[in-house]
Design a protein around this ligand. Sequence first.
Ligand code: FAD
Length: 562
Amino acid sequence: MKVVIVGGVAGGATAAARLRRLDEQAEIIILERSGYISYANCGLPYYIGGEITERENLTLQTPESFYRRFRIDVRVRQEVIEIDPKNKSVTVYKLEDGTQYQEYYDKLILSPGAKPVIPDTPGVESNRIFTLRTVEDTFEIDSYIKQHQPKTATIIGGGFIGLEMAENLKNKGIDVTLLQRSGQVMPPLDLDMAAIVHNYMRANGIHLKLNAPVESYKETSNGIQVNLKNQMSFETDLVILAVGVVPENGLAKKAGLELGVKGAICTNTNMQTSESDIYAVGDAVEVTHFVSGKKAVISLAGPANKQGRIAADHICGIPSEFKGSQGSSVLKLFDMTIASTGLNAKEAGRLGMDFDYAIINAASHATYYPGAASITLKVLFETKTGRILGGQIVGFGGVDKRIDVLATAIRAKMTAYDLTELDLAYAPPYSSAKDPLNMIGYVMENLLTDKVKQIHWQEIDSIPKDAVVLDARTDMEYRRGHLDSVMHIPVDEIRDRMEELPKDKKIYVYCQSGLRSYIACRILKQNGFECYNISGGYGFYENLRYGSIPDPEGTGPCGLKR
Ligand code: FAD
């Protein structure tokens, strides 16, 4: 059997290695347009930032090492320019000498990835504007920086690559501006969670401009002028364009393969395209979203690797299937970790799902043990069943492990009730006896079993005029800032001062993070009041409305400093 693979990185290299492990006799050829295979796309920003210092560390394999280990014929700087599905051949263009040749296959695997979106903005062709996809792009940016010593850089786009580049350029001592066309960075997050990131970026000296679409670029003698729509123009030394990626579908389109969402290649669960001898994997393919069941494009390394293995399995007669992506992702931004999995509220709302969510602020581990860090969790659940639909976690410690537990819970179709029962490892340096995930499970369980009702910060302005808004925090917290027109009764005084509250009016209670207000709600509910907890508390609201700077230090219960 002869298998030809287009693209030799995440999906392609994985497929090739798995094929060899399953079939010692197969002839396997990888055709790769760039000069490198199996390179660490995800590590590229860190080479530019100087975190990764050795060029060799960016490539996990070379054509020679791949041949030695797997006897796979790897041909770099060779681009497949056409597929002939009828004759089962591809036309290959050799970048070295401009010649072409045909290569025949029994099975073809496409793993061409996704390419950066280059908007049609006047001046975008300037050679001071860069995109980052390949090792070559990385070296180009790196040598531009070494040669021109830019003092300022502007990043267009606040997704994964934009934020990673912002950190890495800032760490090199460059003054970084990040322009985002919409009102928030990190599309997998909801705005309320992204607001924490916005404030942290600004606190770390990144000039973040939201709702700032670029109208044009113009080269100047020393740099490049960035002209914004309805805003001041400014000059910068270097621009990184990171406004997203689109599936690299040119070959598939020309070959008449079926395309779906955003032009991504359609496959079945075995990764076969509409031509059964052609498989496609990775960023170029359409997937089924594991939670919503809708078709989607999710460009991440995990699914690409898994799909590469599944395609190889299927070619070798093993009926492996890809059951969907849920978009689990994690990102480092200075000392902050930003992570998400499954659906966010924007998506669940768009899909018309019946859902609610809980928000808590917690400490990464027991606060009496040094080094506890603050984390904010938002978890979505289906209101009828309690099934967990998605989660977002932003904070300064233990974020990655919590998001992975949540991702696993979503995969296992667990509910909020299940989350309360998870038996998670605990010792003071690592967690609390009730892990933040158990805690948010309790919050959701309380909502699902009507122990408490809640409203979200977006609904604060629509609280009825005749209702009472009650601040249940301490005097000192209240003095530092509070919502307008509120009553203030600290939670510990509520039982003694209950007669001050009108029984015939709805009571909306808030504290710093939602814990004490929940306790207040329980007291009031059991005394005949109709009571609502304001989710996330004043800390969350303040962050969103006033842009307060996130505090990396661990908080005590309910956002109180230790
Ligand atoms: P790729 O790994 O992109 O490989 C495609 C290869 O195909 C390319 O090398 C390309 O040159 C080659 N090719 C394309 N067309 C042809 C052709 N016609 N002929 C020959 N060769 C061709 N994902 C994460 O999950 N976590 C991260 O932290 C993360 N960070 C990232 C950082 C950066 C800077 C980038 C660019 C991506 C990052 N990703 C991350 C995304 C991740 O790298 C991709 O999801 C993954 O590599 C996709 O695998 P793939 O095999 O589909 O495509």
